[in-house]
Design a protein around this ligand. Structure first.
Ligand code: 5GP
Ligand code: ZN
Length: 121
């Protein structure tokens, strides 16, 4: 059910600690951890701990939590020292756009030589 932990969801299981991850930030309602297959030197995923299938569903159901996820993405960029050089926030939505995990998450991508790739994730 939306907003609740789903036993068959990869990111719900990461949030629950059932699957290990490299955490970089955690708040009461969000978790940030490194992507297992980084596409840039900094590649961190920020998720709400509650389950929503994508970013728009999250924003519809809980706009404050969606804002918190975005603020956390900015804090990750600061912690990772890419806030000044610049970074991208990407929300893939739908399998046709490359979404593979249907638990809302934002990719925080930055670092390296700053070259922007047409397709990052
Ligand atoms: P999407 O394609 O849905 O936008 O992003 C899903 C992301 O999750 C991918 O970038 C993928 O590398 C990452 N990912 C998949 N499985 C795992 C995992 O078990 N641990 C971590 N840390 N990241 C994962
Ligand atoms: Zn989930």
């Amino acid at each position: 059910m939306i907003g609740e932990v789903q036993a068959d969801c990869l990111f719900c299981r990461i949030v629950a600690g059932e699957i290990p991850s490299t955490k970089v930030r955690e708040t009461e309602h969000t978790l940030a951890f490194r992507d297992i297959n980084p596409q840039m030197p900094t590649h961190v995923l920020v998720v709400p701990k509650a389950h929503y299938p994508n970013a728009a569903a999250l924003a519809e159901a809980d706009p404050a939590l969606a804002g918190t996820v975005l603020a956390e993405a900015g804090r990750v960029a600061g912690d990772e020292k890419v806030a000044d050089s610049g970074y991208r926030l990407i929300f893939n939505t739908g399998s046709g756009a490359g979404q593979t995990v249907f638990h809302a998450h934002v990719h925080v991508l930055g670092g390296g030589n700053g070259e922007l790739h047409e397709r990052l994730v």
